[in-house]
Design a protein around this ligand. Structure first.
Ligand code: ME8
Length: 480
């Protein structure tokens, strides 16, 4: 089976923060999980470069915009690489392949008669690159950026989005899983029912950006351009074989802030070009940092590379996916990260590994690792794959940790050292094998979520004779 998963492509007016990396981590887990099932995976991420935000940032940095986006795209790509994100494709919207895809899609939509020239008079929020209504404003300011909107009056090309209202609603009715979770689905259906109107797809007199094939005086509206990245990655329009192989995408992972674009505008664009729709759009929640919205002015954006110097990146993956049910809003708390690290990783998994291997080395040095996974553990771990399929990462992790707790309890109940003292070899070996095989089974499920830990643990478990680790899997940390 093929599996095509995407993250949003990110604005590169600033460096990546932990919120951006969150989406990439979730996509990475899914990609690794599908690879482990031998699926033909395409996992894409990339950068949204034709935005006015980037132009402003280049000006502030006193740099030529083309140089600026090259540098920043490198920074983003290197950040993901350094963190071990396993994307197969890093798409840039200034690339020639993407230009080609945008032009081809716009031409297809035009053939359908869905593009027309009109006058746009209204408000524009540069922070979210969005045309907005008065009613969208919060105290007169743009909802996402808290900045005043710009009033614009210009001739624009429009996409007849309103033509697709009924087809979109029908699609939602027939495909209840198209947008998840339910809160996002409700929000988007209400938007389609009550607010859907034609959208402007070009900006006049904007130098930076892809030229509209219909009129080179206009740049393509950056959101229209950005959404098409998902086709570019799949080889549209030039590589027909690749496109057939991967399109439609299996899941677009996004934050809930951009649901309108992915749940209404994007499917309508594809309908207008007679292309199949993605199978699923999953909108995860937003998290604050210690209760505060992540913002430049507060300077509280956590740099993922700096954080990965303090904690193994697997621990950060674990914390984010375990602590915030995927789809809900949440809070990133450095204190909770530390607590979870110590409790679940250092004292939990790490301690169980060292106790188990230590006892085997001591009491049963010629154990070859054979035997059956305990039934209770098998039952717990059987829930992991279905949970991953639902993107319920927290529940998947919780099931894995329940199996570790089961093993910890076995140690407390059976006290292997006392069995050894009493010379009860059979009971002693039974429990040691149970512990070992629990670790083997749990580690198999950990693979996509904590890939480095998985490899380390696999080495320890495959070593013969089985030896206690020379260093802890996770060293305890005392203070922030
Ligand atoms: O919107 N919590 O790019 P962007 C969780 N270029 N996720 C967060 C987050 C937070 N606090 N902050 C950011 C754009 N994100 C467009 C997308 S796609 C065709 C074009 C994540 O750089 C989340 O995935 O503003 C969100 O949707 C994305 O970053 C927004 O990134």
């Amino acid at each position: 089976m093929k599996f095509y998963v995407t993250t949003p492509i990110f604005y590169i007016n600033a460096k990546p923060h932990i919120g951006h990396v969150y989406t990439a981590i979730a996509a990475d887990v899914l990609a690794r999980w599908h690879r482990s099932k031998q699926d033909d995976v395409l996992f894409s991420t990339g950068t949204d470069e034709n935005s006015q935000k980037n132009v402003e940032a280049a000006k502030t940095a006193n740099q030529d915009i083309a140089v600026f986006v090259d540098d920043m795209a490198d920074t983003w790509e290197n950040t993901f690489k350094e963190l071990g994100i396993s994307h197969d494709f890093f798409v840039r919207t200034t690339s020639p392949e993407h230009h080609q895809a945008v032009t081809a899609l716009l031409n297809l939509i035009e053939t359908h008669g869905d593009i027309y020239l009109g006058d746009y008079q209204g408000l524009y929020c540069e922070g979210s690159e969005d045309f907005v209504n008065e009613s969208d404003l919060v105290n007169g300011l743009c909802p996402n950026s808290n900045k005043p909107p710009k009033k614009i009056t210009e001739q624009n090309y429009f996409f007849k989005l309103s033509n697709y209202r009924d087809r979109l609603l029908e699609h939602y009715q027939k495909n209840p899983d198209f947008v998840q979770p339910e809160s996002a689905r409700k929000e988007i259906i209400s938007y389609i029912e009550h607010e859907l109107a034609d959208i402007s797809i070009s900006r006049q007199a904007q130098e930076w950006g892809i030229r509209l094939p219909q009129d080179s005086e206009h740049a393509v509206y950056v959101w229209f351009d950005a959404l098409i990245n998902y086709l570019t990655v799949a080889g549209f329009p030039a590589d027909e074989a690749k496109f057939k192989r991967y399109w439609p995408a299996d899941v677009h992972l996004i934050g809930k802030d951009i649901i309108k674009f992915h749940g209404a505008i994007w499917p309508a664009m594809l309908m207008a070009a007679d292309l199949p729709l993605p199978k699923k759009v999953f909108a995860h929640g937003f998290f604050t940092i210690d209760g505060q919205k992540i913002s430049k002015s507060l300077g509280n954006a956590i740099d993922p590379i700096a954080l990965a110097k303090e904690y193994p990146f697997d621990a950060i993956r674990y914390y984010l996916l375990r602590d915030i049910p995927f789809g809900n809003d949440g809070d990133f708390s450095p204190q909770r990260l530390l607590d979870r690290y110590n409790a679940d990783l250092a004292n939990g998994l790490g301690n169980l590994v060292s106790r188990t291997l230590n006892m085997i080395e001591q009491y049963w040095p010629d154990y070859d690792g054979s035997g059956d996974t305990p039934a209770q553990v098998e039952e717990l771990l059987a829930t992991v794959d279905p949970q991953l399929n639902q993107l319920a990462f927290d529940k998947a992790l919780s099931a894995i940790w329940q199996s570790l707790t089961w093993a910890d309890e076995r140690i407390e109940q059976t006290k292997p050292w006392e069995l050894a003292k009493a010379g009860d070899t059979k009971a002693l070996q039974d429990v040691l094998a149970q512990l070992f095989l629990t670790l083997v089974a749990a580690n198999e499920k950990l693979g996509p979520i904590m890939p480095k830990t998985h490899v380390k643990l696999e080495q320890l478990l495959n070593d013969r004779p089985i030896k206690k680790p020379t260093e802890p899997l996770f060293a305890r940390k005392n203070r922030l």
